[in-house]
Design a protein around this ligand. Structure first.
Ligand code: AMP
Length: 202
């Protein structure tokens, strides 16, 4: 089964994609992570979009994805997190593989802003904490596992970039929800309840 997880920034789509991929033993492919971890000469160009809350151009995004995803990943089933983010990307994806279900983790824009403002990340183990919701770090701004100082993503720490990403989500990504007849899950519940609701649907 090939799944797509989507949701406005801060919805918890990445957290849920990770949990469900572990529970079901399916590869989890996050395009945000692929882009953030890219190396070499493309890194500077990619960062110039991500840091300002803009989408990376489709051709570049599709190249990065093709480099990571082999035919075998597609055959065995996967969870795509953060892709496709517009209709053009959905059409490109359809040429390669059939998507069986799209899950939308839904929260209000107001809740998205609140969660993004509270999001802190660990560079070393990539754990994600939230000072307003859960999980909170035991020692403020330090990773529980690595003791490393936590950081905020450039695109999370600036209100105008956060608003820009929410606006792009409504304008460009929402049409994809209709395209795949996505299933809406209430993301404003506890993490475990959201996972339970998703598993019921898939
Ligand atoms: P995410 O981790 O899913 O919130 O993605 C972080 C950022 O990566 C986004 O704001 C975009 O700049 C970029 N990005 C991730 N996925 C895509 C995509 N499918 N198309 C274009 N840009 C993307």
């Amino acid at each position: 089964m090939n799944l797509v997880f989507t949701g406005v920034q801060g919805s918890g789509k990445g957290t849920q994609a990770k949990i469900v991929s572990e529970k079901l033993g399916m590869p989890h492919i996050s395009t945000g992570d692929l882009l953030r971890n890219s190396q070499g000469k493309l890194k500077k160009e990619i960062d110039s979009y991500i840091s300002f809350g803009k989408l990376v151009p489709d051709s570049l995004m599709i190249n990065v994805l093709n480099e990571r995803v082999s035919g075998n990943d597609y055959l065995e089933g996967f969870i795509l997190d953060g892709f496709p983010r517009n209709l053009k990307q959905a059409e490109e994806l359809d040429k390669i593989v059939q998507i069986n279900k799209m899950i939308e983790v839904h929260i209000s824009d107001e809740e998205a802003r609140r969660r993004i403002r509270g999001r802190w990340n660990c560079r070393k183990c990539e754990a994600i904490y939230n000072t307003f919701t859960l999980p909170k770090p035991k020692i403020e701004r330090y990773c529980d596992k690595c003791n490393e100082p936590l950081y905020q993503r450039d695109d999370d720490s600036n209100d105008s970039f956060v608003n820009k990403r929410i606006e792009i989500y409504h304008k460009e990504t929402e049409p994809v929800l209709a395209y795949y007849h996505s299933i809406r899950i209430n993301g404003e519940q506890g993490i475990e309840k959201v996972t339970k609701d998703i598993l019921k649907e898939i």
